[in-house]
Design a protein around this ligand. Structure first.
Ligand code: AMP
Length: 491
């Protein structure tokens, strides 16, 4: 088995890796680091969870350790499709580069230009950016890309889904053709193949296996739910969620609760808080600083329940989640695998519990046929009929989303970035949200608009997409970890 010490990495990088507790390189690291260190282009076919971030960050740090950054001329560039992924790469960089003097700047929407300008002016070794924001800086004359020696494109397939490929092509053309390119994608769609043929030069191709099914370490279950009356169904469903959480007791140390729509993310989080559960929402309409704070606190164990939309949670590396609750059945079956892949990681056992309303049954069938497995039916923890009897504790303070017509339910990713209408004023003090539920920060809205303007930001069907709206394959349990677990089981 390859060891990190065999890879020719800088001793300062090796020290940081050892401190991070990594014992050996993952397959994508063992495959990508040697050619990257030789200055070759790399085409890595791997998804989040495989250790791919370190597979480009470690050689970059090693290659850049000598030399100095000049004002407004970054020496390397990492492009990520979403703000969260860019922020995650920046965090990884900080960990791996902590014993070096290399500097970085993070250019993402939703953060003021001023601070970012100041960082670029000082000169940075590594610039980590989303394509729209990078081009904004470039167009404002604040940035020169002619000093870029290494360019990384991360999650190219999601760039494609989000309509960023024209931006990427433009950025490629703004950098010197002598640059080294490290290019990562979970899949190789024809459009991706085309740009790699055009912009990569004799790349070393490294492909690592991806997850096809849910991990065997995850215990799954579903509770079929029918409200007693249409106007009570929503609050009864939230009461059922609370019972399911309670029934897990202390075993549920932390959990992600997935909802299909942003308005429901807000409502469920607010409702849980009202009942004394430590819960916060995360979705694409919340302002960036709040999203970052919430995520950090969840990662560090300061927050027990993260109520999330698929979009906000995709691709994020959140370790050790004991439970996943699907408040809704995802309307895209593959999202089910991504969602539940948040638990049962690294060989730990995890539990994924889903609520299936009558109207979601068609989606549920699609999930079962995708995973080719029957999901065990669970009973309501307080017995049949209890959901109906529970409407007494319905939540007048929690504003319901405006009712939509049948068949027009939009998932988070499709919802227009419009604040949810509050149909009722809050009555109880504690029900007041810390901030307006889905109010968009003006800066973020402007940044998103700008991102869309500069990228065209349309998907293959011509539909407009948001900056942080990924599709395609995302964040499965780490393949290398699952592999070793499977091997251990087999052994
Ligand atoms: P990534 O695919 O880059 O998002 O990485 C997934 C997770 O694996 C992150 O939490 C990394 O810190 C972790 N990781 C990366 N490389 C290794 C390694 N060689 N050994 C153990 N964990 C790793």
């Amino acid at each position: 088995m390859t060891k990190f010490t065999d890879l020719n990495l800088d001793p300062k990088v090796l020290k940081a890796i050892a401190e991070a507790g990594y014992e050996s390189p993952t397959p994508i690291q063992a495959g990508a680091i040697p050619p990257a260190l030789l200055g070759k282009d790399v085409l890595g076919i791997a998804q989040t969870g495989t250790g791919k971030t370190a597979s480009f960050t470690l050689p970059m740090i090693t290659l850049l350790r000598r030399g100095r950054a000049r004002a407004r001329m970054p020496r390397s560039l990492v492009l990520c499709p979403t703000r969260e992924l860019a922020a995650q790469v920046a965090e990884n960089f900080d960990v791996y580069a902590k014993h070096t003097k290399l500097t970085k700047a993070l250019l993402i929407g939703g953060v003021s230009f001023k601070e970012q300008d100041a960082a670029i002016d000082r000169g940075v070794d590594v610039l980590i950016a989303t394509p729209g924001r990078l081009l904004d800086h470039f167009e404002r004359g604040k940035l020169l890309l002619t000093g870029v020696q290494i360019m990384v494109v991360d999650e190219a397939d999601r760039m494609l889904d989000m309509g960023f490929i024209p931006d990427i092509e433009r950025i490629f053309k703004l950098t010197p053709f002598t640059r080294q390119t490290l290019f990562f994608s979970a899949t190789m769609a024809p459009e991706i193949e085309r740009i790699t043929n055009e912009f990569l030069s004799a790349p070393e191709r490294i492909e690592v296996a991806r997850q096809a099914t849910a991990s065997e370490t995850i215990a799954q279950g579903v509770v079929m739910f029918k409200g007693s009356r249409r106007d009570r169904a929503d609050s009864e469903k939230r009461a059922l969620l609370r019972r399911l959480i309670d029934a897990e007791g202390d075993a549920c140390s932390n959990a992600i609760i997935f909802c299909n729509r942003k308005v429901d993310v807000d409502i469920v989080a607010k409702s849980l808080r009202k009942y004394g559960y430590d819960a916060d929402p995360i979705h694409g309409d919340l302002d960036q600083s709040q999203r970052t704070r919430t995520l950090e606190s969840f990662r560090e164990g300061g927050l027990r329940f993260l109520v999330a939309s698929d979009v906000a949670a995709r691709g994020l590396d959140i370790p050790a989640v004991s439970h996943v609750f699907n408040f809704d059945v995802p309307s895209h079956a593959e999202d089910y695998v991504h969602r539940i892949g948040r638990t049962g990681r690294a060989g730990r056992s995890g539990k994924a519990i889903m609520i299936c309303s009558t109207r979601d049954e068609k989606y549920f069938d699609a999930v079962e046929s995708l995973i080719q497995k029957e999901i065990p039916r669970l009973a309501d923890p307080q017995g049949p009929g209890h959901a109906a009897a529970d409407h007494g504790d319905s939540e007048p303070e929690v504003a319901e989303a405006p009712k939509r017509k049948r068949g027009r339910r939009k998932p988070d990713s499709d919802s227009p970035a419009k604040p949810a209408a509050r149909t009722e004023a809050p009555r109880a003090k504690e029900a007041e949200p810390a901030q307006a539920p889905v109010a968009e920060a003006p800066a973020e809205r402007a940044a998103d608009k700008q991102d869309r303007k500069s990228s065209g930001n349309r998907d293959k069907g011509g539909r407009r997409r948001r900056d942080d709206e990924p599709t395609g394959l995302g964040d499965d349990a780490p393949a290398f970890i699952r592999l070793s677990f499977a091997e251990r089981r087999a052994g």
